[in-house]
Design a protein around this ligand. Structure first.
Ligand code: CP
Length: 312
């Protein structure tokens, strides 16, 4: 099987073959969540810790469900009820949790590089569930899984990623993944949130959403990340909405069979109108559903589950 990493820290160091292995493995796990009894014994006896230093609805829940559907034991670290709230360092927190012999630690942290740092001293498999503005690899993998489900092939797919590119770990991981898979990417946003240096990743940059969406196959809207903004990057939410919100009129310029994506959480009426979020072309909840199969695949590939026959 073409996946030999101990950790999943980002997309940047994965090959096309490894990405394809994750997506194919996720496809084989997808059906388990549709069963009456949504559980297989594949990771029985494995222990996983969900260590989230930032809020999360989708990623934390779907890692927990993915682990449980594979019969692993999972512990959810509650930041406010932990000794981190009393000043215990990140390293000491991990070393102490590791003393309890987990097999994998899933980490979300506001600092870019936090998961990589943990991997330098941890014995466990480390999975990056989002580190600062750096990477969110499982989000990009579930986005790719959803695009492949909808569009079959990445070659020459026109993907338009819109919004707060500067602070977005989702944008970075998607750029790395989609470029490797052969998609064409156009980044759109206000100049203050879309530095020209992104061109080095082999993407187009466009500051005009009406222009950029022409002929798009996939439109991925991103949340404005107020929690990572240290200054005002645009004059007002109203102005941002006028220029960069996805409306039915703007969506009409994309290809007829274009799809709308968003990693969540959505700011309805800011990144996109409510009717766009809920329309038949929106695959936003499909992304969430697919997140479980993709995270099952990641846990399985890293933790070396039993023979594949065991899932049936
Ligand atoms: N997409 C995503 O990471 O959502 P959460 O912050 O809810 O996990």
């Amino acid at each position: 099987m073409a996946f030999t990493h101990k950790h999943l820290l980002g997309i940047q160091n994965l090959t096309v073959s490894e990405i394809t292995t994750v997506l194919d493995t996720a496809e084989s796990f997808y059906e388990i969540s549709t069963r009456e009894v949504k559980k297989v014994p594949t990771l029985i006896g494995k222990t996983i810790i969900n260590l989230f230093f930032e809020p999360s609805t989708r990623t934390r829940s779907s890692f927990e469900l993915a682990a449980k559907r594979l019969s692993a034991d999972i512990v959810n670290f509650n930041l406010n009820a932990s000794s981190a709230a009393k000043g215990e360092t990140f390293k000491d927190t991990i070393l102490n949790l590791e003393a309890m012999n987990p097999d994998a630690i899933i980490i979300r942290h506001s600092c870019s590089g936090a998961s990589h740092y943990a991997s330098t001293f941890s014995q466990s498999n480390i999975i990056n569930a989002g580190d600062g503005s750096h990477e969110h690899p499982t989000q990009a993998l579930l986005d790719a899984f959803t695009m492949r489900q909808e569009k079959k092939d990445f070659q020459n797919l026109k993907v338009v990623i819109v919004g707060d590119i500067l602070h977005s770990r989702v944008a970075r991981s998607n750029i790395f993944l989609l470029r490797k898979m052969g998609a064409r990417i156009t980044l759109v946003g206000p100049p203050s949130l879309l530095p020209e240096e992104f061109k080095k990743f082999g993407v187009e940059i466009d500051f005009n959403l009406d222009h950029a969406v022409k002929g798009a196959d996939v439109i991925m809207m991103l949340r404005i990340q107020m929690e990572r903004q240290t200054k005002n990057f645009f004059p007002s939410v109203r102005e941002y909405r006028n220029l960069y919100s996805l409306s039915a009129q703007r969506f009409g310029r994309a290809k007829k069979n274009a799809i709308i994506m968003h990693p969540g959480p959505i700011n309805r009426g800011v990144e996109l109108t409510a009717d766009m979020a809920d329309c038949a072309k929106s695959v936003i909840l499909k992304q969430v559903e697919n997140g479980i199969a993709v995270r099952m695949a990641v846990l399985y590939l890293l933790l070396g589950g039993k023979d594949r026959e065991a899932i049936d």
